[in-house]
Structures are given as structure tokens and as C-alpha cells.
Design a protein around this ligand. Structure first.
Ligand code: C5P
Length: 232
């Protein structure tokens, strides 16, 4: 499953900033955007309807993690909003992920977070009492995600080969931590360029600041998109 549009992370605090940002793109250019917790909790479901009404696709990044029944009901609501992709924490377990899938249905892509990339191996072993390597924990959660019938996981582009090896080649890997060659890395640690991520097997890339903070966001978007779509 290869998505030609880089997903733009709309990491903005309010509606007005989103409106101002989206105005910088030509009318009729269909984008794929990520709405995360900050924006969703600030604006509510209205932000999803607004972005969808402009013809864009939406990845709603809320990382659900609760008892199966609650997650299933919440997913039914998200499906009604028309979101194209959403996610849960794999740590919620196979039963919870399967319930999420039942609730969300087949209208979009459902993926899981394995270990957050902000978690180090030492923190995982100490805080979660998981006594294995971080890589093995990620592979384990990816297998459980596939077992629950979900489409794939959010991961680092550096983990794609290992995850597809643990699951299957068509298991979706969505990768943030993308930076065009020569740009500011910011707080990301292990980054890849769009074409490196493609070569590593990513199916979707998520890009925030290199587009949202650019002088000319549309130009930055197009450059990232053409690198992502460049022939290998
Ligand atoms: O600005 P930047 O390109 O670093 O934004 C990346 C986006 O992807 C942010 O919304 C960030 O929260 C998200 N993300 C990430 N790493 C993960 C999961 C999500 O950077 N492992």
C-alpha cells in the first residue's frame, strides 16, 4: 500500500492557524493531513469535518487505549466522522485491537503504535518491565497487531525492514521522523529523507515542521512529495 502524498502533521493549537496554513495550498490540491491530540482536543470533531469538507484525507492520531468495549464504541464514532486512518496502542492487546477494528470497519486504515519512539530500551525495561530488546518488543507488538487484523503500525523508518520481516510485506508501515536532505532535524533523533524512507519500504510518511514551518509550505511540500515519489 503506497500513498503518494506525504501526510502533513497539522501540529497547530487552534482552528485559525489550520485555516491560515491550508490557505497556502492551491484550491483543488487534495492533501493528506494528520490531526493529533492537541488540535483535536482544542477544536473537537469540527476540525475533522472542516478538513474533510475541503477534500483532504485525514489521519486522526489519537492513539486509543482502553477496554475493548470502550474502544469499539469510540471507533464507531470516528468512523462516522469519515476519518481515513486512525490508530490505537498495541499495548491494549489483541482483544482491544480486534474490537477497534470491528468499530472502525473497513472504511479506512487502522494502525497501531508499538513502542513510542520517545521510549528508550532502558525505560521500557524499567517502566514496563519488558525484559527484552526494544527491537524485539516492536516486532512482537507488530505481530500482535497483524494477528488482530489491523493494517499496520506507526514506526521509525529504521524499523520497517525488521517489522515487515516479522509480519508480511504488505503490512503497512507509516513513518514519521522524515527530513529533507539538509534541513533542521529539530528534536527528532534518527531521521531519514523521503527517498531513503521509500527505499527502506515505508508505505506512508508523516512530515510536520519541514512543511508547516517553511517560508513557502507548498513549495516545501512539493519538493518532499517529489523526493518521496522519485524512482528508486
Ligand atoms: O515536525 P515533525 O516532522 O517532527 O512531526 C512529526 C509528527 O509525527 C508529529 O506530529 C509527531 O508527534 C509525530 N510522531 C513522531 N514520532 C512518532 C510518532 C508520531 O514524530 N514515533
Amino acid at each position: 500500500m503506497f500513498e503518494t502524498r506525504p501526510i502533513i502533521a497539522l501540529d497547530f493549537p487552534d482552528f485559525d492557524s489550520v485555516k491560515a496554513f491550508l490557505k497556502k495550498f492551491p484550491k483543488g490540491e487534495s492533501l493528506y493531513v494528520k490531526i493529533g491530540m492537541e488540535l483535536y482536543y482544542a477544536c473537537g470533531a469540527e476540525i475533522v469535518s472542516y478538513v474533510k469538507s475541503l477534500g483532504h484525507s485525514v489521519f486522526l492520531d489519537l492513539k486509543l487505549h482502553d477496554i475493548p468495549n470502550t474502544v469499539e464504541s469510540a471507533m464507531k464514532v470516528l468512523a462516522k466522522l469519515g476519518v481515513d486512518m486512525t490508530n490505537v496502542h498495541a499495548a491494549g492487546g489483541v482483544e482491544m485491537m480486534a474490537a477497534a477494528k470491528r468499530g472502525f470497519g473497513d472504511q479506512g486504515v487502522l494502525i497501531a503504535v508499538t513502542q513510542l519512539t520517545s521510549t528508550s530500551q532502558e525505560q521500557m525495561q524499567d517502566n514496563q518491565n519488558i525484559q527484552t530488546t526494544l527491537e524485539e518488543s516492536v516486532r512482537h507488538y507488530a505481530r500482535k497487531t497483524a494477528e488482530a487484523g489491523l493494517d499496520g503500525v506507526v514506526c521509525s523508518a529504521h524499523e520497517v525492514i525488521s517489522i515487515k520481516d516479522a509480519t508480511s510485506s504488505n503490512f503497512v508501515c507509516l513513518t514519521p521522523g522524515i527530513r529533507p536532505a539538509g534541513s533542521e532535524i529539530g528534536d527528532q533523533k534518527r531521521v531519514m529523507t523521503p527517498s531513503q524512507a521509500k527505499a527502506a519500504g515505508s508505505d506512508y510518511i508523516v512530515v510536520g515542521r519541514p512543511i508547516t514551518q517553511a517560508q513557502d509550505p507548498y513549495q516545501a511540500y512539493q519538493a518532499i512529495k517529489s523526493d518521496w515519489n522519485a524512482a528508486l
